[in-house]
Write a protein that binds this ligand. Structure first.
Ligand SMILES: Cc1cc2nc3c(=O)[nH]c(=O)nc-3n(C[C@H](O)[C@H](O)[C@H](O)COP(=O)(O)O)c2cc1C
Length: 330
């Protein structure tokens, strides 16, 4: 389906969400959008972002703002990135290939999830945009090392592991166990890290303790994330713990973040708190469900355009070092 047919280029995020809801099966919709148990973590990700305000500064003579940034060694046009997902075939038949093409159109980096409907080679080969591979911490270390090496060979620009979903994904009271996964020890991490010379990241870090353990094991980057509120209820928001983690790692690792980011203004808040980039989850699924690659591109472009406008209005000319005084907390 082309963007002309859907009118996707004119749609707001809310309209894209509504269009996706009409096209995606109800049980898939609930699985994409839900959170664990009482959904308090899911809600808190948004509530905590809403408590941070931007400081409107306009007497500076800026004529433009540059959203380009270097993340995991890759230069990209935007710090807004595609989060990794499992089972995207349920949302759209072209699944990860459509997501990758949408990311490419928007000049964004893509995190590729573990259960892709296509092979790593097919997805990486379909686009020029940087794709990074986000695996699961399998108990079978040999298979996991082999997969890391496969992602490396396939042309992924970085590899990493999601470390927070080993007791399964729980949407409301429905648990989907992930029996192949396990919690990784620091020693296991150190071993796995040796499987590749690419930049290596962990996703699902919410405490200073885990961040420092990751740094000690030779990890290059972390994604501060509570899995979009899909694993543990009653958890802090990722944006709440971001500043203390950034302070603790002190430039030793690149820090990325996700959870509840829906607007460019939200993205600017995370950058002002020291994140290098922001992963976007459910809105990408909405874009995919509404209009495949074009929908994904539209979501990323909307958020990037909003970010650029917010930068102009807060006196942030570029993202080499986003000033902390662009924001204030309630
Ligand atoms: C449908 C769906 C599937 C997901 N699958 C994975 C996965 O396989 N691996 C992973 O690390 N994170 C997975 N996530 C979590 C996202 O990568 C991301 O952390 C989260 O969605 C960010 O929150 P947001 O949706 O509020 O933006 C999934 C999220 C959704 C919505």
């Amino acid at each position: 389906m082309t963007s002309e047919q859907t009118g996707i280029e004119e749609m707001t995020l809310e309209e894209i969400k509504a269009a996706a809801r009409e096209r995606v099966k109800p049980e898939v919709w609930d699985w994409v959008n839900g959170g664990t148990e009482t959904e308090s973590t899911l809600q808190r990700n948004r509530l905590a972002l809403e408590k941070i305000m931007l400081r409107l500064r306009v007497i500076h003579g800026l004529e433009t703002a540059n959203t380009g940034v270097k993340i995991l060694g890759q230069t990209v046009a935007t710090p807004v990135m595609v989060a990794p997902f499992a089972n995207m075939r349920a949302v759209h038949p072209e699944a990860e290939v459509a997501i990758a093409k949408g990311a490419e159109k928007a000049g964004a980096m893509m995190f590729l999830g573990p259960l892709a409907g296509h092979s790593i080679e097919q997805i990486v080969g379909a686009v020029n945009t940087p794709v990074v591979w986000n695996g699961e911490p399998w108990k079978d270390r040999e298979k996991l090392s082999a997969l890391i090496q496969q992602a490396d060979k396939a042309g992924c620009r970085a590899v990493g592991l999601c470390v927070d979903d080993f007791v399964g994904i729980k949407i409301k009271d429905h648990l989907r166990p992930l029996p192949r996964n396990c919690s990784l020890s620091e020693d296991a991490l150190r071993e796995l890290r040796k499987a590749t010379s690419l930049p290596f990241f962990l996703k699902g870090i919410m405490t200073v303790e885990d961040a420092l353990t990751a740094a000690g094991a030779g990890v290059d980057a972390i994604v501060v994330s509570n899995h979009g509120g899909r694993v543990l209820d009653c958890c802090q928001a990722s944006i709440e713990v971001l500043p203390q983690i950034v302070r603790a790692v002190g430039g030793r690792m690149e820090v990325l973040v996700d959870g509840g980011f829906r607007r460019g203004a939200d993205v600017l808040k995370a950058l002002a708190l020291g994140a290098k980039g922001v992963l976007v989850g459910r809105p990408i699924c909405w874009g995919l469900g509404a209009a495949g690659a074009e929908g994904v591109a539209r979501v990323l472009q909307l958020m990037t355009d909003e970010l650029m406008r917010a930068m102009m209005l807060t006196n942030v000319p570029d993202l080499r070092r986003t000033p902390g005084d662009a924001i204030v907390s309630a």
